[in-house]
Design a protein around this ligand. Structure first.
Ligand SMILES: *[C@@H]1O[C@H](CO)[C@@H](O)[C@H](O)[C@H]1NC(C)=O
Ligand SMILES: *[C@@H]1O[C@H](CO)[C@@H](O)[C@H](O)[C@H]1NC(C)=O
Ligand SMILES: *[C@@H]1O[C@H](CO)[C@@H](O)[C@H](O)[C@H]1NC(C)=O
Ligand SMILES: *[C@@H]1O[C@H](CO)[C@@H](O)[C@H](O)[C@H]1NC(C)=O
Length: 390
């Protein structure tokens, strides 16, 4: 009897343990499982949903007042500007701007800006080493803190004079004014640099592999069809608006009532061709800019103008790329590099990097390394597994 009882006890223990184990595994996997199920359901329904949205009538200014002038869109005056950034330097070919690079910065990020100037934002490097005419400017608002504003502003004026690369408008530099900063970029590009073949918008904590990027853009330009209708980056497809009030990305229903955003590229770094930049500019003139998540607003502008984003596997979205020469030979952007930009720039643009990907055996070796680095679960915003086989 006693033995029997113990056996039962043991069995129950085993059962309990197994259940516990299964639950643990489920809980660990749940987040991913949940995400996958949701995203599949999303992608299934989203095209139908988004395609039936009429952003023109929902986001157009003119719906409410028939005068329709200057209501949603506000233009702030420039406090620092360099109107001649894109004109009148050395030679004719230098004025043929390949890429206008807009870096979204904030007034207090002096060090990040300096690191970018010394590395991937170095126009002289792009010109002398790559034969590419690059123009790099920083987009800024004014410091959000009343107490520090005047001190920081004085420093900014000096910095702008020293480097000639700050573009600042008179709005508060806050998260909820990012769409205003987006509008600044497209309006400045329209007015002062419309001849640039490509326009890039980037965060000030990303890394851009300029040699790889320039090669890619030059290839696009040399195509017969030219570089038209291009919007490329790390694409978010059918993301749902976040309705949790405590989230940074919270968007109330009255601001955006639908259950899915149009496709958009991660704001960390994306590129558009000149014709698309012009279309986005047009869209900012007629759309209500109260959607404060700038990359979503960009998606709405693009949707209105009939432009869709394209995926490039080596734009990283919100994630940091693994450190390896086999990655450096292909990477375009990587996110989260405020501190190590200089060392990464040195390593990633070293001539020996290309040696690694040359020849059959080296190539095979690099594919194996990239499979190991990229093809594992939980690398949501990182380069996808298929990037290993390029
Ligand atoms: C939306 O508005 C823009 C600019 O006015 C126009 O070019 C475009 O054709 C419109 N799109 C639709 C779907 O009506
Ligand atoms: C930019 O690149 C050039 C050419 O490679 C180099 O001589 C110069 O020192 C660089 N400038 C900065 C600020 O790093
Ligand atoms: C955006 O900037 C404007 C102009 O400085 C300011 O009035 C407004 O409060 C800012 N909005 C947010 C959400 O910070
Ligand atoms: C823009 O949208 C916001 C939120 O939906 C709304 O409160 C505001 O009145 C709109 N502005 C215009 C000019 O339609």
């Amino acid at each position: 009897m006693f033995m029997n009882f113990r056996r039962v006890h043991k069995l129950q223990c085993l059962q309990l343990l197994t259940t516990g184990l299964v639950l643990c595994v489920l809980m660990i996997c749940w987040e991913e499982l949940d995400h996958h199920v949701v995203s599949h359901m999303r992608s299934y329904t989203y095209r139908y949903l988004v395609n039936s949205y009429d952003f023109n009538s929902s986001f157009g200014h003119n719906q409410k007042d028939s005068e329709g002038v200057d209501n949603g869109f506000e233009s702030y005056p420039y406090l620092i500007n360099h109107p001649n950034k894109c004109v009148g330097r050395h030679s004719q070919s230098w004025d043929d701007v390949l890429l206008l690079l807009f870096v979204k910065s904030s007034p207090e990020n002096f060090q990040r800006r300096q690191a970018i100037r010394d590395t991937w934002g170095n126009e002289t490097y792009a010109w002398s080493e790559l034969g590419a005419s690059l123009r790099m400017v920083f987009a800024l608002g004014v410091h959000r803190d009343d107490g520090q504003r005047s001190t920081v502003q004085r420093a900014l004026l000096q910095e702008g004079q020293a480097y000639g690369d700050l573009i600042q408008q008179d709005f508060l530099d806050t998260f909820h004014n990012l769409t205003t900063k987006l509008i600044l970029q497209f309006h400045w590009a329209h007015e002062y640099c419309p001849q640039a073949h490509f326009f890039m918008s980037a965060d000030d904590d990303i890394f851009v592999h300029i040699p790889n990027l320039v090669k890619y853009l030059q290839q696009l330009l040399s195509r017969k069809s030219g570089a038209k209708d291009l919007w490329v980056g790390h694409v978010h497809r059918g993301s749902p608006p976040i309705r949790r009030k405590e989230s940074k990305y919270y968007v109330p229903e009255d601001l955006y009532p639908w259950s899915s955003y149009p496709d958009y590229t991660a704001g960390a770094g994306y590129i558009v061709s000149a014709d698309v930049a012009a279309k986005i500019y047009q869209a900012t003139l007629v759309l209500n800019s109260s959607m404060y998540i700038d990359d979503v607003f960009m998606g709405i502008c693009a949707k209105t103008m009939g432009v869709s984003p394209q995926e490039h596997v080596y734009f990283s979205g919100e994630a940091k790329a693994p450190y390896h020469p086999c990655i450096y030979s292909h990477m375009i952007t990587s996110h989260g590099h405020a501190a190590d930009v200089r060392s990464l720039w040195k390593a990633a643009t070293d001539p020996s990097v290309h040696y690694h990907s040359r020849g059959f055996l080296n190539n095979l070796y690099c594919i194996a390394i990239r499979v190991m680095l990229l093809c594992r679960p939980n690398y949501e915003s990182m380069y996808p597994c298929k990037a290993a086989f390029i």
